[in-house]
Design a protein around this ligand. Structure first.
Ligand code: 4NP
Length: 151
């Protein structure tokens, strides 16, 4: 399972941490490999944004140990699901292409929410990071439901 956003310091690290928590609760953590990456290289090698770390911590998730990296063509060969935070991320991933069958989708396809993209919180305030967590938690519910059927 690979989560993708733009910088790999806000949204996709948050999704990675929340899904790891859910997988542990459902004892699926040894069945699914979870990672995240960004379509751009601005923040390669850095840890997540301090605001994302703090917002996640308040809800009991740890972003510790995560380091930003950029998506590579090999990711399309390694992962079965690549879940993108917004439409431009999705288009960038589809442009990379792959010879094998891999689910490249918007992460919010797994919710009933009317919002189809996780809004970029980078230039906004703390509310944006709370909204990211709300949407990510919601989508993780749907994703766990699918994984429990598949695994
Ligand atoms: P992310 O947020 O894609 O959720 O990690 C962003 C991080 C950095 C930038 C934009 C969005 N940036 O422009 O540097």
């Amino acid at each position: 399972m690979l989560f993708v956003c733009l910088g790999n310091i806000c949204r996709s690290p948050t999704a990675e941490a929340v899904l790891r928590g859910r997988l542990r609760e459902h004892r699926l953590d040894d069945r699914v490999t979870v990672d995240s990456a960004g379509t751009h290289g601005y923040h390669i090698g850095r840890g997540p944004d301090a605001r994302a770390i703090e917002a996640a911590r308040r809800r009991g998730y740890s972003l510790e140990g995560q380091t930003a990296r950029q998506v590579t063509p090999e990711d399309l060969e390694r992962f079965d699901y690549i879940l993108c935070m917004d439409q431009p991320n999705l288009e960038n991933l589809r442009r990379l292409g792959s010879g094998r069958s891999v689910e490249v989708r918007l992460f919010l396809d797994y919710t009933d929410s009317e919002i189809s993209e996780v809004p970029d919180p980078y230039y906004g305030g703390d509310k944006g990071f709370e909204q990211v967590l709300d949407l990510v938690e919601d989508a993780c519910e749907g994703l766990i439901r699918e994984l429990r059927q598949r695994l």
